[in-house]
Design a protein around this ligand. Structure first.
Ligand code: ADP
Ligand code: F6P
Length: 331
């Protein structure tokens, strides 16, 4: 943070923290880290319940070190979360900024995905200092190689897919298993590799040529293959329709499983707890060092930060080297 040289460290002030958008395992660990790191730096902390909705309703709670006891291992978010349409409009953004000023908040820490950062940027444009922490199972935030919740969601999905594989093997069926990820295919790609899938369908690479999937299944059938696992990303969707069409075209019994919300729940993995703790503490560090309107990131093996406008302008693709590896392994 060379640009901060000469700026006096902040050892007083009040920060607020909220969780927004889809919840993710590890958000609690991040809230805990923000609260405890802030207190360790002599700051006051307020929690805002239900994301921007709670902010507009002035739903603030004082947070002490003990307010975040016994939560590091819990999924979900003790602060609750919400999607808040009012924040999409200037009126809502001005009202939110006015409330933050009225409550004496010097910095708002937003734990969420890039939608939540757009809300934070709108507040920054109203003169509020905001710091974002990447919390989403989808890994779809371009400025960071890691988002809180991705690892837990992957492990949950991987486990579920193993179970579907057992029953598919017994029945000699084809299974299409749909995983979350919104428009991104990161969960599908990682699970596709981890679960040894025959086909991995991700929005970033899918050409909607279903006939080529059918041809590959028929070719594998001819070679004696009885089990066909297709991991389909939510961003492509239509798993039930696909199952019907594949069954009709191949004569192979085909079932669709949409794993759904269990991917968002559960106790965070060790990796999610540790990364969330590091990112929460980093967010406070940024504020204390005088940082303004930044996003906490993990890039090239380091916890770092980036300007929010710059971060939101970035585009993300799936990991192309992992994709190339998967091309060699899906047979
Ligand atoms: P995520 O943060 O997980 O990407 P969403 O996209 O649902 O989740 O965004 C969470 C919330 O952030 C929205 O409900 C809304 O309140 C706010 N938000 C999203 N996009 C914008 C935007 N363009 N401008 C202002 N606020 C936004
Ligand atoms: O962003 C997390 C996520 O679970 C996505 O994978 C999914 O598209 C979306 O949230 C579902 O959102 P909702 O909770 O509004 O149904």
């Amino acid at each position: 943070m060379g640009f901060l040289k000469g700026i006096r460290k902040k050892d007083s002030g009040t920060i607020a923290v909220l969780t927004s958008g889809g919840d993710a395992p590890g958000m609690n660990a991040a809230v805990r880290a923000v609260v405890r790191a802030a207190i360790a730096n002599g700051l006051k902390v307020k929690g805002i319940q239900r994301g921007y909705t709670g902010l507009l309703e002035e739903d603030f709670v004082d947070m002490e070190a003990r307010s975040v006891s016994d939560i590091i291992q819990r999924g979900g978010t003790i602060l609750y979360t919400a999607r808040c349409p009012e924040m999409m409009h200037l009126d809502g953004q001005e009202k939110a900024a006015m409330i933050l000023r009225k409550k004496g908040i010097d910095c708002l820490i937003v734990i969420g995905g890039d939608g939540s950062y757009r809300g934070a940027l709108a507040l920054a444009n109203q003169g509020i200092n905001v710091i974002g922490i990447p919390g989403t199972i989808d890994l779809d935030i371009a400025c960071t190689d890691y988002t809180i919740g991705f690892d837990t969601a992957l492990n949950t999905a991987m486990d579920a897919i193993d179970k579907v594989r057992d029953t598919s093997t017994s029945h000699e069926r084809c299974s299409i298993i749909e995983v979350m990820g919104r428009k991104a295919g990161h969960i599908a790609l990682w699970c596709g590799i981890a679960n040894g899938a025959e086909e991995i369908l991700v929005p970033e690479r899918y050409d909607y040529e279903e006939q080529s999937i059918i041809d590959r299944i028929n070719a594998r059938k001819k070679l004696g293959k009885k089990l066909h696992i297709i991991i389909n990303a939510e961003g492509i969707g239509d798993s039930n329709g696909m199952a019907k069409r594949i069954e009709a075209a191949t004569g192979l019994e085909t079932r669709a499983t949409i794993i759904g919300y269990i991917q968002r729940g559960g106790s965070p993995t060790c990796r999610d707890r540790v990364f969330a703790s590091a990112m929460g503490a980093k967010a406070v560090d940024i504020y204390v060092s005088g940082g303004q309107n930044r996003i906490v990131c993990y890039r090239k093996g380091e916890f770092t930060d980036m300007d929010i406008t710059e971060a939101l302008a970035m585009q993300k693709d799936i990991d192309s080297s992992l994709w190339e590896i998967s091309r060699k392994l899906c047979r």
